[in-house]
Design a protein. Sequence first.
Length: 124
Amino acid sequence: MAGMLSHLVKSGSQRKVMFLHADDSPASFALRNQVTADLAALTDASLTTWFLNPDGEGSSGGGSVHSGFMNIRDIQLPSDAEYYLCGPVPFMQTVRTALVGAGVRPKDIQYEVFGPDLWLADYQ
């Protein structure tokens, strides 16, 4: 997702971007400085985070901060958005189910698995 943001900045995109991020704590937010700098460079971008330990070491990086697991009911979802998910499979299943339950069309949700490729795992 950080690469997508950087591309939007480099291409001078004017599209609205809502970056939603869930993590253990602000300190474990990977590429946080790059993400927040790219969001600041876009004309209409926002950051919303959910942290299991919001008081952990490190700053939140700005934006709206929530405690606990990602809950899309905490925000207003645009009716005409495209959604891109990245993360472990259980996380993406939960978020995708919530998005579809909120009326997002499945064809508007793209995803990329972040974690081990379990299909190739040797379980013997």
